[in-house]
Design a protein around this ligand. Structure first.
Ligand SMILES: *Cc1c(COP(=O)(O)O)cnc(C)c1O
Length: 418
């Protein structure tokens, strides 16, 4: 043996020769797990894990011992992503923070709502809640006898007044879509703590590089990791982080409902976390530069962006957000001019862009735009849009990682053609 070269995969005569061809093919030898820790995250692309004894299997499956049994239940690569989210969202908290990985933002959101709600209970949510969240509340929970009250998410008194003794959750969004309204998280947390109701915050538009709701008193934070956490428009995922007991209940519901994150997607999302602060710093700086450069453009009716001094929650954002970062969603409303009215102007602005791409989603390296009234808020008529503070011409920009000057020139040339 000693004259065999090291570090060369070698099979000795007779090794792996037990059984027939099929058995030998299934049970080919494997290297021992390395003693050296891999620096890159290994992808545990397996649906199931093997035990030495039936008793060990029973103990891990029964949560009496730590370990892995089945990847719908837990997977090490998915857990690495969840740990990363817990560390980033939990920074600055004086309590332990747990997290759970999900196959999409909606898997995270629906699982949290189904964990906290039961028949006869009640949810308070913002009027302009993300469409998928609204869909779960209206199309799923409503059928199971959960009541919903929608209030202006920036009006803390309205939230307080909406809470009843049946309220199971108060829902908030750090930065609302597409108005960019900013929630007063510490004030909402105080109201919820007083009432003994968990505050759940969808912080997708902010990411932990802009705001950490758990440090402002929220009990759970949820993410569509498809957006900034992944950051490259190449993966779908979600995450929940927060108080340990609540997250433990969310895990049990995830295991039952099955919206678990696959290992390959977990690998990409985990990789995204490492560059989140760098990307987010650049996304936010570019968004601010674009918003400031276009603020007084004669072809623009208004720009909604928390970084502009005229934004209704500009000061609050300065208090809650990482210094100088106001997110990277900028909603631009072109003047509708003579032709066709507001909706038409918004769609023509989208079509005139050469750098910005017309696509759903946000938070990736490419600047993406959507005309709000015909896409994310297509169910709203003009009156409902007006009540939600959304002009018919509004176009949501997710500012990517292109150069600010190129984006400013792109919007300017598109406005020329309106
Ligand atoms: C995209 C998004 C979701 C849903 O996430 P998916 O990953 O698409 O399931 C939820 N909330 C917000 C604010 C989003 O932008």
């Amino acid at each position: 043996m000693s004259d065999r070269p090291l570090n060369l995969p070698i099979v000795e005569p007779g090794d792996g020769s037990n059984g027939g061809e099929g058995t030998r093919a299934v049970h080919t030898p494997r290297p021992d797990p390395p003693h050296q820790l891999p620096v890159g995250l290994p992808t545990y692309r397996t649906s199931t894990f093997e035990f030495e004894t039936a008793q060990q299997y029973a103990d891990v499956l029964g949560d009496r011992e730590g370990g892995y049994t089945y990847s719908r239940i837990d997977n090490p690569t998915a857990d690495a992503f969840a740990l990363g989210v817990a560390a980033m969202e939990g920074y600055g908290c004086d309590r332990p923070i747990a997290a759970q990985p999900f196959a999409s933002g909606m898997a995270a959101i629906s699982t949290v709502l189904l964990t906290l709600c039961s028949t006869g209970r009640h949810v308070v949510a913002p009027t302009a809640a993300y469409g998928g969240t609204y869909g779960v509340l209206e199309h799923v929970l409503a059928r199971f006898g959960v009541d919903r009250t929608y209030v202006d998410g920036t009006d803390v008194d309205a939230v307080r007044d909406a809470i009843t003794d049946r309220t199971a959750v108060v829902w908030a969004e750090t930065i609302a879509n597409p108005t960019t309204a900013v929630a007063d998280l510490p004030a909402l947390a105080a109201v919820c703590a007083q009432a003994g109701v968990p505050l759940v915050v969808d912080s997708t538009f902010a990411s932990p590089a802009v705001c950490r709701p758990l440090a402002w008193g929220a009990n759970l934070v949820v993410h569509s990791a498809t957006k900034y956490l992944g950051g490259h428009s190449d993966v779908t995922g979600g995450a929940v982080a927060g108080d340990v007991e609540l997250v433990a209940a969310v895990r049990r519901a995830r295991v039952d409902l099955g919206g678990s994150l696959g290992p390959d997607d977990a690998f990409l999302l985990h990789r995204g976390l490492a560059t989140l602060p760098v990307r987010m710093g650049r996304h936010c700086a570019t968004a601010l530069a674009v918003a400031e450069a276009l603020a007084d453009h004669p072809g623009i009716e208004r720009i909604d962006y928390p970084g502009l001094p005229g934004h209704p929650q500009h000061e609050l954002a300065g208090k809650l957000f990482t210094a100088g970062r106001y997110g990277a969603v900028v909603t631009i409303t072109p003047r509708s001019g003579g032709r066709g009215g507001g909706r038409d102007a918004g769609m023509r602005l989208c079509d005139g862009l050469r750098v910005g791409r017309v696509a759903t989603s946000l938070g990736g390296v490419h600047t993406l735009v959507s005309h709000v009234a015909s896409t994310t808020h297509r169910q709203f008529d003009d009156a409902t849009l007006a009540a939600a503070g959304i002009p018919p011409a509004a176009v949501r920009f997710s500012i990517g990682l292109e150069d600010a000057d190129d984006l400013i020139a792109d919007v300017s040339q598109a406005l020329e053609s309106l």
